[in-house]
Design a binder for this molecule. Structure first.
Ligand code: NOJ
Ligand code: NOJ
Ligand code: CA
Length: 715
């Protein structure tokens, strides 16, 4: 008794010291090994009643939890109190709803009931913390405590960041926004031009409208204005100073795309981070799908994988054939340079929860196991592990945001997540590996993840009644017997593999019962260094970059890292992670390689060396005509940021936008302080390229702030 309470006291003391000393600094750019958990702070756990009805926004709290559009009491302290619950589930990163100070005003609904910005998407001061989440003085105390506690538990913190807009533009506070308490501007008397005033988006496929019109009456910020640009970059940096490890960027399709490249660069220049955004689209045939992967490949901002989400919901929710998932994975692998960084999910706060779609826990387990083992970074919506759902009106927003109902650590979904999170950390095939379909019919999907000699083979039978005999299956697993990594949790059993040729080792025929998920794995030891991740994927000389992989050697010794043939300064080195500084190389695309102390050289991993930090510049070209339907004007120029004179649709910068035809404009992030050469080109629908005549245009990019450059198309 005595002994154990002493030990507890000692443990508590040590824990407190660790928490107190935990540095407010980010933990790493390689998110491929993480399991993310999405939390709506207000709906998770009420850790402090003191902040439930703060005076500056009183009346927005509903203690009865019957008004679904009011605050219900969940807060940052509540998340902190549930940290061991999250860690026990295998969660290694939390994404929390926007923590910034939100709309204070009450905008009653048609029935006179209060509505509130309990979800966090109506920011009014991006440099303070919301009083319902933290404290009545809007200070950072509770936020800092949460970050420290998360880091002490080995959990990273991602904040939802929504720089597209402030508050509602036609009611309440009319878009007014503040810089740490000082009013900057508002939508209704916008003499400085901080906002776009173009009305609501009606055509969701029009590149100009989606970026420059208004999203659901939310006051649409003009990020090309120097004040707004600086404000948002400073806000993001403030979150970095408070220790966040990553950002989920809201509504990226609706924020000037080119500007976001400089936002990402500003974040990476300050410090290590992982960025992913919400580019809403239903699938790979979406009219702006091509723009989505071009944006991601060039900016290094990853995305929530909406196309795969649609397929996952169709296959597991609505019993579509597995080929639908397989087709999306194949397409995205061809289009996204960094498809392993795509963030995968079964449901989120903007769609019906899976169990409202199909109230079948077997299917939920299958979908969960799928995102935890397939390519991409899995993100689990809070409450999934407790089978949380409310089916009112079909279960859409706001009924997909119930209060967390239970914190059981013994549900099948909780245990499943824990086991597959462990596997993701221990076997590099899951975070870094290729994906290969090995056996498929309408009900069964057997796929293999492989990274060098590390292999994970997964078999899912989603039929609720039919057992299948799996014959003719080949795998890269070496010959041997394999037991189910899930130890039968979802019905799996063992397989036997015999030696074959060409990476095709036969698996002895076996039965896969209805509602089964089985996972078999092999972890290779020894060998040359293997690189699976680099982040950020683009940055200028001097920025720190994290390389993730295997076999680097526990200590550096004579090991080195090269960008092409140039050796980089190493900041830290471990067997699985190296941090280097981008060396002073000419801008362009490089293969980065790791050489270990024994002289063995890794595979190359692609990195783009920028010329300098990025500045958003708005380019306008007048009278670029004639063009026919399907023809677009693009920009191309003499640095990697300007596509190094590329003339293809995917390569050149653009397409430009033409709200005032025949004039075209585009906001592009270009290297600060550099004199750049560029031209405008026309790319016809059939790919034919027409260059404007004359000499190259030349422009010196400002060293900071924003820029504007106008030119006439040269005939
Ligand atoms: C997408 C968010 O996920 C959604 O919940 C929000 O309402 C809109 N963006 C506007 O911020
Ligand atoms: C080739 C084009 O024909 C020309 O117009 C352009 O200026 C150069 N590329 C850039 O060096
Ligand atoms: Ca509270």
């Amino acid at each position: 008794m005595q002994k154990s309470s002493t030990r507890n006291a000692l443990f508590t003391t040590i824990f407190v010291i660790i928490v107190a000393l935990a540095p407010l600094s980010a933990l790493g750019a390689d998110f491929k090994r993480e399991v993310v958990y999405q939390i709506i702070t207000d709906r998770f756990f009420d850790g402090s009643t003191a902040n439930n009805n703060p005076s500056q926004s009183s009346g927005l709290y509903d203690a009865t939890k019957t008004n679904w559009r009011a605050y219900w009491g969940g807060d940052l302290a509540g998340i902190q109190q549930k940290m061991s619950y999250l860690a026990g589930m295998g969660v290694t990163a939390i994404w929390i709803s926007p923590p910034v100070d939100n709309l204070n005003a009450n905008i009653p609904d048609g029935g006179g009931n209060p509505t509130a910005s309990y979800h966090g998407y109506q920011g009014r001061d991006f440099k303070r913390v919301e009083e319902h989440s933290g404290n009545a003085s809007n200070t950072w105390t509770e936020f800092d405590n949460l970050v420290s506690a998360a880091h002490a538990a080995g959990i990273k913190v991602i904040v939802d960041f929504a720089p597209n807009h402030t508050t509602q533009d036609n009611a309440g506070e009319f878009g007014a926004f503040y810089d740490n308490g000082t009013l900057v501007g508002n939508y209704t008397s916008d003499t400085n031009g901080y906002f776009h005033h173009n009305g609501n988006i009606s055509n969701w496929d029009d590149r100009y409208q989606v970026q420059y019109y208004t999203l659901f009456n939310l006051a649409d910020l003009n990020q090309e204005h120097a004040t707004v640009d600086a404000y948002m970059k400073a806000s993001a940096q403030l979150f970095q100073q408070h220790g966040v490890d990553g950002f989920r960027i809201d509504a990226i399709k609706h924020i000037t795309w080119g500007w976001q490249y400089s936002l990402a660069n500003s974040i990476y220049t300050y410090g290590d981070s992982f960025l992913f955004g919400e580019w809403y689209q239903s699938g790979t045939s979406d009219p702006l799908y091509r723009d989505s992967y071009k944006y991601s490949n060039k900016s290094g901002i990853s995305m929530l994988d909406f196309p795969l989400n649609t397929a996952v919901r169709n296959v597991f929710g609505s019993n579509a054939n597995f080929s639908e998932i397989d087709t999306v994975l194949t397409a995205e692998a061809a289009n996204f340079t960094w498809d392993e960084d795509l963030v995968t999910f079964v449901d989120n706060h903007d769609m019906t929860r899976f169990l409202s779609l199909n109230n079948n826990n077997n299917r939920l387990h299958q979908a969960l196991a799928f995102i935890l083992t397939s390519r991409g970074i899995p993100c689990i919506y809070y409450g999934t592990e407790q089978y949380l759902h409310n089916d009112t009106s079909g279960g859409g927003d706001p009924y997909n945001r119930p209060m967390m109902n239970a914190f059981s650590t013994s549900t099948t979904a909780y245990t499943l997540t824990n086991r597959l999170s462990t596997l993701r950390r221990n076997n590099t095939a899951i975070p870094y590996g290729s994906h290969q379909q090995r056996w498929m019919n309408n009900d069964v999907y057997v796929y293999e993840r492989k990274f060098f000699g590390n292999v994970v083979l997964v078999a899912i039978n989603k039929s609720g009644s039919t057992q299948y005999n799996i014959t003719g299956l080949n795998t890269s697993l070496p010959a041997g017997a394999y037991s189910d990594h899930l130890t039968g949790l979802i019905g799996g059993s063992s397989i036997n593999v015999t030696a074959g040729t060409g990476g095709n080792n036969p698996v002895a025929a076996f039965n896969l019962p209805a509602n089964t998920v089985a996972v078999w794995q092999f972890t290779e030891s020894g060998g040359a260094p293997q690189t699976g991740s680099i982040g950020p994927v683009a940055a200028q000389p001097g920025v720190k970059v994290t390389i993730g992989g295997k076999n680097f050697g526990a200590t550096r010794g004579t090991g080195s890292v090269k960008f092409g043939t140039t050796t980089a300064t190493v900041n830290s080195w471990s067997a699985t992670k190296i941090v280097v500084t981008v060396p002073a190389v000419t801008n362009g695309v490089y293969n980065v390689t790791v050489t270990n102390s024994g002289g063995q050289v890794s595979n190359g991993i692609q990195f783009t060396a920028l010329t300098a930090k990025l500045i958003p510049v708005t380019f306008t070209v007048f009278n670029a005509s004639p063009t026919q339907t399907g023809d677009y004007i693009f920009l191309t120029g003499n640095t990697v940021e300007l596509a190094n004179w590329a003339t293809t649709w995917d390569g050149a910068v653009g397409p430009m936008l033409t709200p005032n035809y025949p004039n075209w404009f585009l906001n592009v992030s270009v290297p600060a302080g550099q004199t750049i050469q560029f031209k405008f080109i026309k790319i016809a629908a059939n790919g034919a390229v027409t260059w404007e005549a004359g000499a190259n245009h030349s422009y010196t990019v400002p060293a900071s702030g924003v820029g504007f450059v106008n030119a006439n198309w040269q005939y």
